[in-house]
Design a protein around this ligand. Structure first.
Ligand code: AMP
Length: 286
């Protein structure tokens, strides 16, 4: 069967098409993205295709989640290419609203999730997760999906969304999908295109560090020792500048003082190469 794709840019058109599908008894799957699609995004769509009858993807670079000195205006965009990737991955309905469509007037209502939003990226990107939670809540209100698909690549985002869904009884099932990587281990990201050749080569240190952590976890080392090893490995790359290298409980994102069997932890990294900030993580049961 040839996959066809319908693209709409208004909330009204999207709601009307989704209403028809729901009335026909279809299960609605939703994949929110900021576009510049890659195989990581496609993997979420493929997962959605397995359980849903109508797969909706949004492409929206959300200004609310970017800080004043961040890359909102230079974030990569290519809707023609995205449309083809979305179609061949299995998207039925592509929602591409403008900023004016999503936020026609000043946004005075924000969704703010305490605690899990605070460490890691919350520290270096103040307000980021309020922006994420607010847009995801708004998209959930527009699409009203049965299932929504998120990547573990953004593990703190998953923790924030799951907390929000629980706290506010949002009627959606959150499905978390594994991190998709390049052949050399670099986690796929729309921001990888920013990397210059030398930076791209050194960027594999994130994955190599997480592999080292995975190996070391087998012998339950002292947390501080393991964090020092993470820092040292990343610092071995001259162009790498560490934002954080942390080990926390997951999904609570509280400090770990000692690694104990039965614990579920996240080893989380954010590393800058020039102007490009990369994140990666490993979630493990000890
Ligand atoms: P973004 O367009 O970067 O906002 O990402 C949209 C969705 O795709 C989020 O749920 C991300 O976690 C997910 N995603 C991004 N990169 C990857 C990846 N390499 N593997 C799996 N999921 C990803």
């Amino acid at each position: 069967m040839i996959q066809t794709l319908t693209q709409v840019s208004t909330i009204q058109e999207l709601r009307s098409l989704i209403r028809e599908a729901r009335q026909a008894g279809k299960r609605i799957g939703f994949v929110p993205t900021m576009g510049y699609l890659h195989e990581g995004h496609a993997s979420l769509v493929k997962q959605a295709r397995l359980t849903c009858d109508l797969v909706v993807m949004s492409i929206f670079v959300n200004p609310l989640q970017f800080g004043p000195n961040e890359d909102f205006s230079r974030y990569p965009r290519d809707i023609v290419r995205d449309r083809e990737i979305a179609r061949s991955a299995g998207v039925d309905l592509l929602f591409t609203p403008s900023v004016e469509e999503m936020y026609p007037t000043e946004v005075l209502t924000k969704v703010s999730v305490a605690k899990v939003s605070e460490p890691l990226c919350g520290k270096s990107r103040p307000g980021h997760f309020d922006g994420v939670a607010t847009v995801v809540m708004k998209l959930f209100q527009i699409v009203q999906p049965d299932d929504a698909f998120f990547g573990q690549k953004d593990a703190q985002q998953v923790a924030v969304i799951q907390q929000m869904v629980r706290d506010l009884s949002v009627p959606v099932n959150i499905v978390v999908c594994p991190i998709v990587r390049e052949a050399d281990g670099l986690a796929m990201s729309s921001r990888n295109v920013y990397l210059r050749e030398e930076e791209r080569e050194q960027a594999t240190i994130l994955y190599r560090t997480l592999q080292h952590v995975q190996e070391r976890l087998k012998s339950c080392p002292a947390v501080e020792t393991l964090k020092d090893e993470m820092v040292r490995m990343i610092q071995s790359q001259p162009l790498a500048e560490i934002d954080y290298a942390e080990i926390l409980h997951y999904p609570e994102l509280t400090p770990v003082t000692e690694l104990k069997p039965g614990d579920r932890i996240i080893a989380a990294l954010a590393v800058r190469f020039g102007k490009t900030r990369l994140i990666d993580n490993l979630i493990a049961e000890i």
